[in-house]
Design a protein around this ligand. Structure first.
Ligand SMILES: Cc1cc2nc3c(=O)[nH]c(=O)nc-3n(C[C@H](O)[C@H](O)[C@H](O)COP(=O)(O)OP(=O)(O)OC[C@H]3O[C@@H](n4cnc5c(N)ncnc54)[C@H](O)[C@@H]3O)c2cc1C
Length: 433
C-alpha cells in the first residue's frame, strides 16, 4: 500500500505496509492508541520513527504531504559521518549507500585569495569525510526501513488539525479532506519543520532572524569528473558551495543578498551558467544545467526549550540554521537518535514517556550542542560575507591557521562531521555496542 492510495483516513492499526500494528503497550498506556505520535514524515521524523523500531512502543507518523510530493523537493544534502552512522544503526544505510556520493576532499577558500584549506579523510583517520545525498533517496530508504517496523503506523496524507494536552495523554484531531479522526498518545513529537504549527500552538517561544540573504540551489553536470570534492568558497555576497552527487552531478548552493538571489534565479539558463562559471572556476570544464533552479529563504531559529509535558520538538521544528556547512538536517538526525535513546530508557524503566523529567534528559543533551552549531554557522556567514579590512585580515589569518595547525584542523573537521559532543548509542558501530 502506498500513501497516495489512501482515499479515507487509514485504520489506526495499519503500518506502512498495510500490516496490522503489533500491540505491546506498557500497562499505563493500554487505553491509548499509541505511545508516541510523530507529526512530520520528513527526514527527521522518519529517522526518529525508525530509531524506535525495536522499542516495542506503538508509534504513529502523521504526514500532511502525499508520498510523491514529499519526495520531490529538489534538494540534496551533505550527510555527515555521524548521520551516516545513525542511519547504519537504524538499518537504513544499506538501502541508501549505493545512491549517495562520498566526499573525499573538502576545499575552503576566500573569494580570489589563493590560500586554500584542504581537508582529507586522513586528517580524521577515516576513509571519507561525509556523503552527499538526494532528499528523495534518503526519504525512500527511511520508508523502506519503516516497512520492517511492525509497531509503526504511517498516516499519510493526513494533517494535524488540533492538539489537546491532558495531564496523562495528548489527543490529536486528524483531518483528511472532509473526514476527521481522533487519536491519543503518551507523547507528541513535533518534527513538522521550521514553521512548526505544533510548536506555535503549544506557545513555545523561539528566537532568531531572517538573514539578508537567500540561497539559489541548482543541479549541474560538469564536463570533467567532480572527483568527489566538496567546495565552500566565501564571497562578499555570501558562501558558495559545490557538493558532489552520484553520476557526476553537482549541487550548487549559491548564497546572495535577497534581491541579487532573485535576479540570479530569473536569469535565462545561458546567462546563469556564464555567471555561475565566474564563481565556480574552470576546474571542471563546461557546465550544463539540470532541471529547475530553486530559491530558499535563509533564517536562524532556536526554540527556547525543546520540551514541555507531553511534547518534544526535533529537527527544524526545534532549530534551523544558515545552510553554510550543511548542518541543518544532520542536527535533526542526531536529535532523533538522542530522543529515541532517552525514550527507550524510560520505557524500559516503566516510566510515562510524556513526563517532563524524562523529556528534559533530551533537552539537556541536545540544546547546547545545537546552539553551538547555530552560532558557528552564523559567525561563519557574517565573518566571510563582508569586505571590512580588519575582518578580511582576520579570516585569512584564520584560514591559514586552519590549514597549518593540525589540532585546530581536526577540531574543525570533527565539528563539521558531527563527531564532537555526546554520541548516541545508535551511532556506535556493532563492535562498540
Ligand atoms: C538551501 C538549503 C540547503 C540546505 N542544505 C543542507 C545540507 O547540505 N545539509 C543539511 O544537513 N541540511 C541542509 N539544509 C537544512 C535542511 O533542509 C533542513 O534542516 C531539513 O530539511 C529539516 O528536516 P525536518 O525533517 O526537520 O523538516 P522538514 O523537512 O521541513 O519536514 C517537516 C514535515 O512535516 C510535515 N508537516 C508539517 N506540518 C504538518 C501537520 N500539521 N500535519 C502533518 N504533517 C505536517 C511537512 O509536510 C514535512 O514533510 C539546507 C537548507 C536549505 C534551505
Amino acid at each position: 500500500m502506498t500513501f497516495d492510495s489512501y482515499s479515507t483516513l487509514p485504520a489506526l492499526e495499519q503500518n506502512y505496509s498495510g500490516q496490522p500494528v503489533q500491540q505491546t503497550p506498557t500497562e499505563s498506556s493500554q487505553k491509548l492508541d499509541y505511545d508516541v505520535a510523530i507529526v512530520g514524515g520528513g527526514i527527521v521524523g522518519l529517522t526518529f520513527a525508525c530509531a524506535l523500531k525495536d522499542s516495542g512502543l506503538r508509534v504513529a507518523v502523521i504526514e500532511a504531504k502525499t508520498d510523491s510530493a514529499a519526495v520531490s523537493r529538489g534538494q540534496a544534502y551533505h550527510i555527515n559521518l555521524m548521520s551516516s552512522r545513525i542511519f547504519e544503526g537504524i538499518g537504513a544505510w544499506e538501502q541508501m549507500q549505493h545512491q549517495v556520493n562520498p566526499i573525499q576532499q573538502i576545499r575552503l577558500s576566500d573569494a580570489h585569495h589563493p590560500g586554500i584549506v584542504q581537508f582529507l579523510p586522513e586528517d580524521l583517520n577515516a576513509t571519507v569525510l561525509g556523503y552527499v545525498a538526494d532528499h528523495g533517496v534518503v526519504l525512500e530508504a527511511l520508508r523502506e526501513c519503516l516497512r520492517q517496523c511492525p509497531h509503526v503506523a504511517y498516516l499519510c496524507p493526513v494533517e494535524v488539525v488540533q492538539v489537546d494536552y491532558h495531564p496523562d495523554r495528548v489527543e490529536l484531531e486528524l483531518g483528511q479532506k472532509a473526514e476527521t479522526k481522533h487519536i491519543s498518545a503518551q507523547l507528541l513529537v513535533a518534527a513538522d519543520g521550521t514553521r512548526s504549527p505544533i510548536r506555535q500552538q503549544a506557545g513555545i517561544r523561539a528566537d532568531g532572524w531572517q538573514y539578508w540573504q537567500s540561497c539559489v540551489v541548482a543541479f549541474i553536470q560538469p564536463e570533467k569528473p567532480h572527483q568527489n570534492i566538496a567546495y565552500e568558497r566565501f564571497w562578499e555576497s555570501g558562501p558558495f558551495a559545490i557538493l558532489p552527487l552520484p553520476n557526476n552531478i553537482c549541487r550548487i548552493v549559491w548564497t546572495a543578498p535577497k534581491a541579487e538571489a532573485k535576479a540570479i534565479l530569473a536569469l535565462d539558463d545561458q546567462e546563469f551558467l556564464t555567471q555561475l562559471k565566474q564563481r565556480y572556476g574552470d576546474q571542471m570544464g563546461e557546465l550544463s544545467l539540470i532541471g529547475q533552479r530553486h530559491l530558499f529563504p535563509v533564517h536562524l531559529m532556536h526554540s527556547r526549550v525543546y520540551t514541555m509535558p507531553r511534547l518534544a520538538l526535533i529537527g527544524d521544528a526545534a532549530h534551523c540554521c544558515h545552510p553554510v556547512g550543511g548542518q541543518g538536517v544532520n542536527l535533526g538526525i542526531r536529535d532523533a537518535a538522542a530522543l529515541a535513546q532517552v525514550l527507550k530508557g524510560a520505557a524500559a524503566a516503566g516510566q510515562d514517556l510524556g513526563l517532563l523529567t524524562v523529556l528534559r534528559q533530551y533537552d539537556r543533551w541536545r540544546f547546547l550542542e545545537n546552539l553551538m552549531i547555530l552560532g558557528f554557522t552564523d559567525v561563519l556567514d557574517r565573518l566571510f560575507s563582508n569586505s571590512l579590512f580588519p575582518l578580511v585580515t582576520l579570516r585569512r589569518a584564520g584560514l591559514w591557521i586552519l590549514q597549518s595547525v593540525p589540532p585546530i584542523k581536526v577540531f574543525a573537521l570533527k565539528l563539521m562531521t558531527g563527531l564532537l559532543g555526546r554520541s548516541p548509542e545508535l551511532a556506535k558501530s556493532k563492535q562498540d555496542r
